[in-house]
Design a protein around this ligand. Structure first.
Ligand SMILES: C[S@@+](CC[C@H](N)C(=O)[O-])C[C@H]1O[C@@H](n2cnc3c(N)ncnc32)[C@H](O)[C@@H]1O
Ligand code: SF4
Length: 367
């Protein structure tokens, strides 16, 4: 059963230097309009699948570049053509300085009940270094407008590991984050992908990332700080007030079937993972011609399915069933001695240090 729906909106006002998501800088109402038509058409390709949507997630790119009428149009289309549970979680990613109170009011009317804001930091120094086109006060206003409109489930993104960032500055940021009436924080370590402008600056030594020791200290600090403020750490980079974990993202980590539509979107249906082309115009042409824009398709066999459960499940703080890796007893003991994993009531989970080395540990645990 497909329970989650992801919708990719690939347009942005600017391209941030660190970003490797599929997005182009473009503001053109005509293209937005035809993209929405195309999304609806792509959805019809899946009308015969076994679907009951419990979550809808508009991600990007910048979904909040679109007039809220377009969001309404898609949501109406989904409700009219698919099974949807009574109170689905509907999330929309919003960039600061895009939507105001009237937009959030409209979103609330049409059922959007979760907003994820790309705040990144409240310190102007960091926003500048990240090449963001908004100020801290824009984020304050966005949070205020969202709450005023009655949307109470709010995530704020935070990026840490920025050049010159001290623990004191991180603390200041976290103080501000947790002083706001929000339910969720995603804290990501800045990644300098090779092909991005940031990646190139790092390679030339013109942007200095913190050392591994500094990053470890920052991550541990975030864990400790947010715990004290009653944000429960439930996934590698995600913290929530009790009961406010992102249901949609949990579907990814718990191997639940989901459908992704839009350019570059990924899906997991039955035991097949597939991904759409990353080329916007190819994507639009294919769908117009009535062809699925799928470029990559992989059927998972039994062994792959177990590996996926290990790989995704270990991102969650609750960990995985020990039986999934019972053939790795020696390695488990080794990792336990190094304090990288912990065993609690039949579950194996990563320790905070283990989370930082998760790629390495997971690769060792897979068959
Ligand atoms: C899909 S992006 C879209 C967010 C939204 N467009 C914005 O920029 O405000 C979701 C989040 O991923 C995080 N992110 C993107 N690129 C990153 C990178 N290179 N390193 C760390 N975090 C990153 C940012 O926190 C961002 O808000
Ligand atoms: S970080 Fe967000 S706003 Fe910046 S380019 Fe990426 S998707 Fe667009």
């Amino acid at each position: 059963m497909i329970k989650g729906l992801y919708i990719h909106i690939p347009f942005c006002n600017i391209k941030c230097p660190y970003c490797d998501f599929t997005s182009i800088t473009l503001y053109d109402e005509n293209i937005f309009k035809s993209y929405i038509e195309i999304l609806k058409k792509e959805l019809t390709f899946y009308q015969n699948e076994n679907i009951k949507f419990e979550t809808v997630y508009f991600g990007g790119g910048t979904p909040s570049i679109l007039r809220t009428d377009y969001i309404e149009e898609i949501l109406n289309f989904i409700r009219n053509n698919f099974n949807v549970i009574k109170n689905p979680e509907i999330t929309l990613e919003v960039n600061p300085k895009t939507y105001r109170y009237e937009d959030f009011s409209h979103l609330r009317e049409i059922g959007v009940n979760r907003v994820s804001i790309g705040s990144q930091s409240f310190l102007e120094k960091n926003l500048k270094l990240l090449g963001r086109n908004h100020l801290a006060e824009d984020t304050f206003e966005t949070v205020e407008d969202t709450l005023k409109a009655g949307i109470k489930n709010i995530n704020l993104d935070l990026i840490y590991g920025i050049q010159g960032q001290s623990l004191k500055e991180l603390e200041k940021d976290l103080e501000i984050y947790t002083s706001l009436e929000i339910t969720h924080i995603s804290a990501y370590m800045l990644t300098a992908y090779n092909e991005t402008p940031l990646g190139k600056l790092v390679k030339k030594g013109e942007f200095k990332l913190p050392t591994d020791e500094e990053l470890e200290a920052m991550y541990f600090f975030i864990i400790k700080f947010l715990k004290e403020k009653e944000f429960y750490h439930y996934e590698l980079s995600n913290w929530a007030k009790e009961g406010y974990e992102c249901k949609h993202n949990l579907f990814y980590w718990e191997n639940v079937n989901f459908l992704g539509i839009g350019v570059s979107a990924w899906s997991y249906v039955g035991n097949v993972r597939f991904g759409n082309t990353k080329n916007l115009f190819e994507y639009m042409e294919k769908v117009k011609d009535g062809v699925k824009p799928v470029l990559f398709r992989e059927e998972l066999r039994e062994r792959d399915l177990i590996n996926e459960r290990i790989m995704l499940g270990l991102r969650l703080t609750k960990g995985i069933d020990k039986n999934l890796i019972k053939n790795k007893q020696n390695l488990i003991e080794e990792l336990k001695n190094e304090k990288l994993i912990e065993e609690v009531r039949g579950k194996i989970k990563l320790s905070p240090k283990g989370f930082l080395l998760s790629n390495y540990i997971i690769s060792k645990l897979l068959d």
